[in-house]
Write a protein that binds this ligand. Sequence first.
Ligand code: HEC
Ligand code: HEC
Length: 386
Amino acid sequence: MNIKNLSFLLAVITVLASCDINEGPRRGGPNNGNVEDEISALPMTQDYPADNPYSVEKTNLGKMLFWDPIMSGKKDIACVSCHHPDFGYADGIDLPLGVGGVGLGINRTGGTLVKRNAPTIINTGFNGIDNDGNYSHSDAPMFWDNRVKSLELQAIHPMLSKEEMRGELISETAIIDTLINRLNNIPQYKSLFTAAFGSEGITEDRIGKAIATFERTIMANNSRFDQYMRGDDNALSNQEIDGMNRFVAIGCADCHGGAMFSDYELHTIGVPNHNLVTDEGATGDFDFRTPTLRNLTFTAPYMHNGQFESLEDVLEFYEDASQGRENRINNQLDARDLDNDIRNLNLRGNDHDEIIAFLRALSDDSFDKTVPESVPSKLPVGGNIQ
Ligand code: HEC
Ligand code: HEC
């Protein structure tokens, strides 16, 4: 190689190197050419388990049970107190106030403190969906630590929980029989169960199945992102598309992938402790299940303990955590304890706006928000939330 060719080669190398330094990862490069492999639209319809098929009657019964405070020890709180349509079926506060509380959202006072943030139940019928769109109802992971599988089994847990619905007067072993006796004493419930299941009888299994069927109807699968992925190129703005590409390119989708934007795995990302609660997560490593990123517009505050008020707060946290700023992460962890996918995030300050714009395009306001006029017990609809 003569000297002229060599200097030409050096010049080319210098130009390439300076491009890299100035631009970081390139848009349209190998990382984000495959957005469609990483994130996808939700199915157009929900399917139902073979042993718990859909029916209108079962959905209506499930909705009554969801809204009726008769299902709580002191008849004062219903599922909807913490999973309310006004807050995207979450509750609008960092940590819920359960048994004994009055009011809704930030206006709720009194009540037993619950140690984790209430997640939304919108789209929980799709929990566990993988990148190919497959999901199993009986294996669907539930809770921030995935400790329960299936909506049917999950539905019973809040009734057993002293803080959420049971209270102190009735023991954990007695509560379900107590609730079943109460329902048996209300003729309307007896006929609703018969209509839903085709034979007489109120059982724990049927309570779980009816609530799960109702929850599967609480869907929001037509966000502007879904429309875009199904072929409507105009459904997202240029800023939102840039945000989508950045979201995938910098590594958010490594955990928040698939149609629900969750791998349903546990990760240690280093969210600071709540000042009232230290929560060590699923295995003691401050590890929590990746939450869905759908419908965030309705479900602030964020994280397992509601530590972040806004999406901007969330992105500032990720930027600091990925750069190893230990003063911003949980003070019982250091930077090396964080999941590699956090440490490898390539998030910059000027990415925030477009990523937030994209995240907002994952919200879909079309879910069922109807409030029953009354519940069969004749107690206040939704419990003491007025
Ligand atoms: C006092 C507030 C409160 C009440 C009442 C309540 N929940 Fe929850 N719910 C929560 C909290 C907090 C979590 C997360 C708990 C955890 O991860 O350990 C949760 C989690 C869930 C989940 C899991 C969602 C997911 O994606 O993992 C479902 C489903 C759910 N609740 C349904 C219900 C149903 C059905 C009822 C009524 C039978 C109910 N909840 C009553 C606070 C409440
Ligand atoms: C290592 C896996 C991982 C990566 C990478 C990751 N997240 Fe998360 N994300 C999680 C987990 C786990 C949580 C819940 C942590 C907790 O509550 O303590 C979470 C929570 C969130 C929440 C709060 C959602 C809610 O409803 O409370 C948002 C928003 C979010 N992530 C956005 C992002 C964005 C944007 C990126 C990329 C900059 C990203 N995440 C990268 C795993 C990840």
